[in-house]
Design a protein around this ligand. Structure first.
Ligand code: PLP
Length: 472
């Protein structure tokens, strides 16, 4: 058999095996244990095979991969996972992602995959429409909100330095005037990481006090800004990781405008509230920012590797991101240049699964899912509120619920830790922990497509059982 025919047969056999295994997995979502049951040692043993000396049939390897991975898979594609804000990889996006891989498209410059570039262009318009952000903004299709924020902050840094008359491209970062980053005291850890990657240290940060929900205090911001000389970037947040709260964007935007600051909003999951009329008031004024980072792979349910770096000033975005080389042809007239939007050249064609997902869910599908998740979070908090040992620590405004158990202090923290361990051990639902407002909390994030009210009852029962057991 010639090489092409042999590869085709091998590929088809591997694809058939993968399709069967993927369907079996998806068929088990309702009963899938949300916590990966395998321990580290057994997973390591399952994957640790010698590197083969010779090629092997791909279908056989795919079967082995699935068997090795199965006990180490987290059930966040199922309905009982509440551990972090993780999406459920909607089937439409997954199927489109298979095609994306099968097509082997590299969206570098436009011409390496015109279809992939056009899918991104069309998705840009849909996303700006859904999120109701300035229609002329440009979007970089990034791997996650961390990189989306990094991209936006690079553009912000370049733009504020340019406005200050500094030529960063010519004179370099080390002689640049200091740029101050102004951010709420409870900004997400990935913002601090992005700032570190960019070369900003503690001395460059002005941390603004927050209220009991973690929202930046506009008065504190107003008092601080007049004392900050030189270029500045304000980083606000839509969707606090523990409370789900939103910074007061209208006031912050007014202050940013008055002080000539760039305003970035980290809206990894919370910015989706803008797509939902009933939640829209939470992020009124967010459209006045200069840039936004938001995930597809969390609340929108695209398969992983999907986030959006949105920049109002397309020219500034392209100036900071463009990768130019004599062998990289420009796009045709009217098309956007994918190499001028993200910090990668060769990359996955992220527009295909996104396009399929948006076409499948439609506007009302997105709204229904987000409203359902928020209703689930409220119902869950109400189910537990009557128990004097359980404290709902946040105002449940979207999909996040933070619980603490027992009295404040060591005793309560130990009880909360024991409840988390108990729920994880039962493995009917998955929750994680964090530390917030000086207390250990159990955090519930409702963000998987399949979750409905029945799954909240399962979780509440599991928590009650774990609490009774821990309190014995
Ligand atoms: C507010 C916020 N920003 C940023 C991120 C990071 O997103 P990603 O994991 O997609 O990089 C998260 C993740 O939970 C988040 O909640």
């Amino acid at each position: 058999m010639d090489r092409i025919a042999q590869q085709r047969d091998e590929t088809f056999a591997a694809m058939d095996a993968a399709a069967r295994l993927a369907k079996e997995f998806r068929d088990s979502l309702d009963t899938l244990p949300p916590r990966a049951p395998a321990d580290h040692a057994s997973l390591l043993a399952a994957f640790s095979r010698p590197l083969p000396d010779h090629p092997r049939p791909a279908a056989e390897v795919i079967e082995e991969l699935a068997a090795a991975a199965a006990p180490g898979l987290t059930g966040n594609a199922g309905p009982n996972f509440f551990g972090w804000v993780q999406g459920g990889s909607h089937g439409a996006g997954v199927a489109a992602d298979w095609l994306t891989s099968a097509w082997g498209q590299n969206i570098g410059p436009y011409r390496t995959s015109p279809a992939a570039a056009v899918a991104e262009m069309v998705c840009t318009n849909h996303l700006l429409d859904l999120l109701d952000l300035p229609r002329g903004a440009s979007i970089g299709f990034a791997s996650g909100a961390t990189t989306a924020s990094l991209i936006c902050l690079i553009v912000a840094r370049d733009a504020v330095l340019k406005r200050a008359g500094y030529n960063l491209g010519k004179d370099g970062i080390f002689a640049a005037p200091p740029v101050t980053i102004v951010l709420g005291d409870e900004a997400h850890s990935t913002i601090y990481a992005a700032l570190r990657y960019l070369g900003f240290g503690d001395a460059n940060l002005a941390r603004i006090a927050v209220d009991e929900e973690g929202r930046m205090l506009a008065d504190a911001l107003a008092a601080r800004l007049p004392h900050i000389a030189g270029p500045k970037i304000i980083v606000a947040q839509a969707g606090h990781i523990n409370s789900g709260a939103f910074d007061p964007f209208t006031e912050i935007a007014k202050l940013a405008e008055a002080h000539g600051a760039w305003l970035h909003i980290d809206g990894a999951f919370g910015l989706w509230a803008r797509a939902t009329p009933s939640l829209r008031p939470h992020c009124e004024g967010a459209d006045r920012a200069d840039s936004w980072s938001v995930d597809g792979h969390k609340w929108l349910q695209t398969p992983y590797d999907s986030a959006f770096a949105i920049v109002k000033d397309k020219t500034a975005h392209e100036a900071s991101m463009r990768i130019a080389a004599s062998y990289l042809d420009p796009p045709p007239d009217g098309a956007h240049d994918p190499t001028a939007r993200v910090i990668e050249l060769s990359r996955r064609a992220r527009g295909f699964p996104l396009w399929a997902l948006l076409q499948t869910l439609g506007r009302s599908g997105v709204i229904e899912m987000i409203e359902r998740h928020c209703a689930c979070a409220r119902q869950f908090a109400d189910l537990l509120r009557g128990d004097p040992r359980i404290h709902v620590m946040n105002d449940v405004v979207i999909n996040q619920v933070a619980l603490a158990f027992g009295p404040p202090g060591e005793e309560g923290d130990a009880l909360t830790a024991a409840v988390i361990t108990g729920v994880q051990a039962e493995n009917a639902s998955y929750v994680g922990g964090a530390v917030w407002k000086g207390r250990r909390i159990l955090r519930v994030s409702v963000s998987s497509n399949l979750t409905d009210k029945s799954h909240m009852e399962t979780l509440a029962s599991s928590i009650r059982r774990a609490l009774d057991q821990a309190a014995k």
